[in-house]
Design a protein around this ligand. Structure first.
Ligand SMILES: Nc1ncnc2c1ncn2[C@@H]1O[C@H](COP(=O)(O)OP(=O)(O)OP(=O)(O)O)[C@@H](O)[C@H]1O
Length: 306
């Protein structure tokens, strides 16, 4: 379990993380979702004691990270790709991490297998692709057989096979009763991987709910209707629970009525329809609806960075 209470980090004028109170539970995959610069990495660094909170607390397994006697067994983390000695083999890299972390050397082969790296275990890390490096980072995170697994943007740099592997691996880890916390700025990826979502924007909590609820709450189904007599049809459809908007003369967007009812009303009045289609909110729309006003920030960042 990861427990954040009023977690806040200020860098000068910038509030990178703003009063975040969240509990990340075991047994499910929790997606930590937010646009670039929303404060996800900073939060994860504070959980690992790599950054000191300005105020508030971050507990993992009931206590601050630094107070664990065997931290590798408590939390396994992948943050941004760390410097790995390029001349070392994957196996030797993991062996040295195991030795310093007090982990049995036998775990090295287990995590190499879990990461799909057995075949390249004795190759030098310097020749690894971005995706293989990412797999090695995940292998290192799992070395201590940790109760809490925290991965920052794990699908970055992975090919479709790798994305599928991360999805299966993390779901498997959660099914074993571990706490799995994954950050991403990709709503579509989190929707198929995470059971629960913690959404942040500008360091602040925007949503903390199940993935299913997030999608259901974020948008209404609507029906896209095209008819040369759209105006007439509109007058027949509007009602107390039905909203009809029109951006083009021959087109209506209807919320509150199913396509069947609209089609029948049009048929009864002899109004021809050129299109009648149900529009479901996309996952990206759902994400935008929740982070909409915090997203402009990303543009500012990009402009500043350019
Ligand atoms: N060491 C630092 N000094 C100053 N500002 C920082 C520092 N680390 C992060 N920030 C700022 O804090 C904000 C949050 O950054 P953070 O990296 O946590 O966001 P993020 O959600 O992980 O985004 P990304 O996906 O781009 O990494 C950003 O505005 C960033 O510029």
């Amino acid at each position: 379990m990861i427990e954040l209470h009023g977690l806040t980090k200020r860098y000068g004028e910038k509030l990178a993380v703003d009063d975040l109170t969240v509990t990340v539970r075991p047994g499910v995959v929790t997606g930590f979702l937010g646009p670039n610069g929303a404060g996800k990495s900073t939060t994860m660094r504070m959980v690992l004691g790599l950054d000191t909170p300005t105020s508030g607390t971050a507990l993992v397994g009931g206590r601050p990270y630094a107070r664990h006697a065997a931290p590798l067994h408590e939390v396994g983390a992948l943050l941004e790709a760390k410097g790995v000695h390029p001349g070392r083999t994957a196996r030797n890299h993991l062996r040295s991490l195991a030795a310093t972390g007090g982990v049995a050397a036998a775990r090295v082969d287990v995590v190499l297998e879990l990461a799909g790296l057995t075949a390249v275990a004795d190759k030098r890390v310097g020749g690894f692709s971005l995706g293989m490096g990412q797999r090695l980072g995940v292998a290192a995170a799992l070395l201590g057989d940790p109760a809490v697994v925290m991965l920052d943007e794990p699908v970055n740099g992975l090919d479709p096979d790798g994305v599928l592997w991360i999805r299966r691996l993390t779901r498997g880890l959660a099914a074993e009763g571990r706490t799995v916390f994954l950050s991403s700025h990709l709503m579509s990826e989190m929707a198929v991987t995470a059971d629960h979502l913690v959404v942040v924007g500008r360091g602040r909590l925007q949503a903390d709910l199940s993935t299913a609820d997030f999608i259901a709450r974020a948008g209404h189904e609507s029906v896209d209707v095209r008819s040369p007599r759209a105006g007439e049809l509109r007058d027949l459809l509007v009602g107390p629970d039905v909203t009809v908007t029109s951006r083009e003369r021959d087109r209506l967007e209807v919320v509150g009525l199913p396509a069947e009812a609209i089609g029948e009303t049009a048929a009864a009045a002899g109004i021809p329809l050129h299109q009648l289609s149900t529009v479901r909110p996309s996952l990206e729309d759902a994400f935008m609806a929740v982070t909409g006003d915090t997203r402009e920030y990303r543009t500012d960042q990009e402009v500043t960075a350019a």
